[in-house]
Design a protein around this ligand. Structure first.
Ligand SMILES: [Zn+2]
Length: 488
C-alpha cells in the first residue's frame, strides 16, 4: 500500500457504479426493510456449501490413538505426530476418493514421508539438501512428502493452530495425487498446479467437516475460516512457468475459489481446473504489477490520505463524509468496536491508533507481534467509513446484510486503488495498492475479530466463503453490485 506523489487524471466512475450511486443518493432506491427479519439463508450465510455454519471445536480429536506410519528422520515430537496423523487421514481420504475421481485408477500411497529440521544438518531430498529449507513439499523425484519440523511447522502451528499443519500437508498430498493421476504434462502452468492442489485441499476438508476424518475435526465457521487464511501462506511452487510470474500461486480470491470448488463439489471438480479456465478467471489480474511497495505507516498523515481516498470513492453517493478522529468518543446505545468504531448518531469514526498499528505489522512467527499488514489495518477504517455511507442511504447497519455490504464496499474502495484499470474503472486519489495488499485484506477479513466484514456492532457472518465473496464482488464489480446483492 503506498501513497503516490501527484495525482493521476481521474475519469468519472462509469456504468454500474453510477447507477448505484444515483440509487444510494436518492432515498427511493435503497430503502432498508426495517422490521423484517433477516433471512440468513437468502444470503447463504447460514450454510457453507450445504453444511450448516457452526463454530464448534476444531483440531485434533481427543482420545484417538496416533497413526503409526513410518516417517524417516522423525524426532518423535508433537509436531511430527501431528503431521503423521494428518498424512494418515489425508491418505485414507484419497484411498477412496482417488479411484472415484480418476476413473478406477488404483491408489498408491506416497512412498516416503520425511521429517527434517531446517535449522540442523540437512538430509538429501529431490537432489538437494534440506538444510535451511523452511517449507513443506512434495518431491515427485523421490515420491516423498517432507516437512520442516524446525521452523515451518512451529511457525504454522503458533500462528494459525494445528489445522494449519493439516492444511499444508493436504495441499502437498494434492500435488502427489496430480502426479499419480497423470493429468499434467511438463507444460502445465504453476498456477494450474497450485489451484488444483488448493481445490483438492478443499475436497479433503469437506470430508473433515462432515466428521469423517479419524484424527481431526473442523467447524465450518471459524475453523474453516482459519484454514482459508492459511492457504495464502502456502508458497511451495516448484520452478515451473506460469501466467503470473512470481505470483503464480494466484491471488487470495483465486485460491479461495479453488478451495471452495473442491469443498462444495468434490475432487472431480478440481480436474476441471485447466490452463484455460484459470486464465479466464484471472484475466483482470494479469496487468497488476507484482511488487509490494512501501508500507503506509500508521499515523495521522496516512490516515488523512486514506480518508481522502474514501471521500473520493464515495463522493458521488451524496453521503456526508463522517468525521474521523483518534479520540475515543462514546455513542448512545452502542458499545465501541476496535480498532475503529462508527457512531451513526454523530456520524463519527473513532480510531484506536495503537491497535491499528498492531494489525499493520507483517505476519510473524511471534504471535504477539503478528499482524496482517498495512492494508488490513486501513481496510478496518474503510469498513467503518462504509457504514456511514450505508447510514446516509437509510440502509440497515446491524444485521448480516450490513456485514456483507460493508465487506463489499471495502472491496469496491480497494478495487479503485489498483494502479491499472480493473475492467473499465480507473484509480482515484493518490493511494495505491499492490496484489499483496488484497491478500492481506482477505486474510484479515477471515479472522475472528476483523471489522472488514462486520456490522456496526462488530458482528460478522460465520461463513468465510460469504465474506470473501462479498469483498470480491465489490472489488471486481463496484458499489452497484454491493447494494443490488446485499439488500436484506
Ligand atoms: Zn503447491
Amino acid at each position: 500500500m503506498t501513497a503516490t506523489v501527484g495525482t493521476r487524471h481521474r475519469k468519472r466512475f462509469i456504468g454500474a457504479v453510477l447507477t448505484v450511486v444515483a440509487c444510494l443518493a436518492a432515498t427511493g432506491c435503497a430503502h432498508p426493510i426495517s422490521g423484517m427479519p433477516t433471512t440468513a439463508g437468502s444470503l447463504a450465510t447460514a450454510s457453507v456449501a450445504g453444511l450448516p455454519a457452526t463454530n464448534g471445536p476444531s483440531g485434533p480429536r481427543p482420545g484417538v490413538p496416533d497413526a503409526s506410519l513410518p516417517v524417516e528422520n522423525s524426532a518423535g515430537g508433537e509436531l511430527d505426530t501431528l503431521a503423521t496423523n494428518a498424512v494418515a487421514d489425508i491418505r485414507a481420504y484419497w484411498k477412496k476418493a482417488f479411484p472415484e475421481t480418476f476413473e478406477g485408477r488404483e491408489f498408491a500411497p506416497v512412498k516416503r514421508l520425511v521429517s527434517y529440521d531446517s535449522t540442523g544438518s540437512g538430509v538429501q531430498l529431490c537432489k538437494q539438501s534440506t538444510a535451511g529449507l523452511v517449507n513443506a513439499f512434495y518431491c515427485p523425484l523421490d515420491d516423498a512428502i517432507a516437512w520442516d519440523r524446525g521452523r515451518m511447522l512451529p511457525m504454522l502451528e503458533s500462528s494459525f493452530g494445528p489445522m494449519a499443519v493439516v492444511t499444508v500437508l493436504a495441499h502437498e498430498m494434492g500435488h502427489a495425487m496430480q502426479h499419480r493421476a497423470g493429468v499434467l504434462d511438463k507444460d502445465t502452468p504453476t498456477l494450474v498446479l497450485e489451484q488444483q492442489a488448493d481445490c483438492f485441499t478443499g475436497a479433503f476438508f469437506r470430508h473433515v467437516a462432515e466428521g469423517s476424518a479419524e484424527h481431526f475435526r473442523i467447524s465450518t465457521g471459524a475453523g474453516l475460516n482459519n484454514v482459508l487464511g492459511v492457504l495464502n501462506y502456502i508458497r511451495d511452487a516448484p520452478g515451473r512457468t506460469g501466467f503470473a510470474g512470481p505470483r503464480a500461486h494466484g491471488s487470495a480470491f483465486d485460491r479461495i475459489s479453488a478451495f471452495q470448488y473442491g469443498f462444495a463439489d468434490g475432487p472431480e471438480r478440481c480436474t476441471e481446473i485447466t490452463a484455460d479456465s484459470v486464465k479466464q478467471r484471472t484475466t483482470q489480474f494479469q496487468f497488476w504489477k507484482d511488487a509490494q511497495e512501501t508500507d503506509l505507516p500508521i499515523n495521522r498523515s496516512s490516515v488523512e490520505i486514506v480518508e481522502e481516498s474514501l471521500r473520493r470513492v464515495f463522493a458521488d453517493t451524496g453521503a456526508a463524509p463522517p468525521r474521523i478522529t483518534t479520540q475515543q468518543l462514546s455513542c448512545p446505545g452502542l458499545s465501541p468496536t476496535s480498532p475503529a468504531f462508527y457512531c451513526p448518531e454523530t456520524n463519527t469514526v473513532s480510531l484506536d491508533m495503537r491497535k491499528l498499528h498492531e494489525i499493520a505489522q507483517p505476519p510473524s512467527t511471534d504471535q504477539r507481534k503478528s499482524g496482517y499488514g498495512d492494508f488490513a489495518a486501513y481496510a478496518q477504517v474503510a469498513s467503518r467509513y462504509a457504514l456511514s455511507v450505508q447510514n446516509a442511504a437509510g440502509l440497515s447497519l446491524d444485521d448480516e446484510a450490513a456485514s456483507l455490504r460493508t465487506a463489499c464496499f471495502v472491496g469496491s474502495w480497494s478495487g479503485l486503488l489498483v494502479e491499472d484499470p480493473i475492467g473499465r474503472r480507473n484509480p482515484v486519489g493518490k493511494l495505491r495498492i499492490a496484489p499483496g495488499d488484497v491478500d492481506e485484506g482477505v486474510a484479515a477479513l477471515l479472522s475472528r475479530d476483523s471489522l472488514i466484514a462486520a456490522d456496526v456492532e462488530g458482528d460478522q457472518v460465520p461463513a468465510g466463503f460469504a465474506r470473501v465473496e462479498a469483498f470480491r464482488i465489490g472489488f471486481q464489480q463496484g458499489m452497484g453490485a454491493c447494494v443490488a446483492k446485499y439488500r436484506h
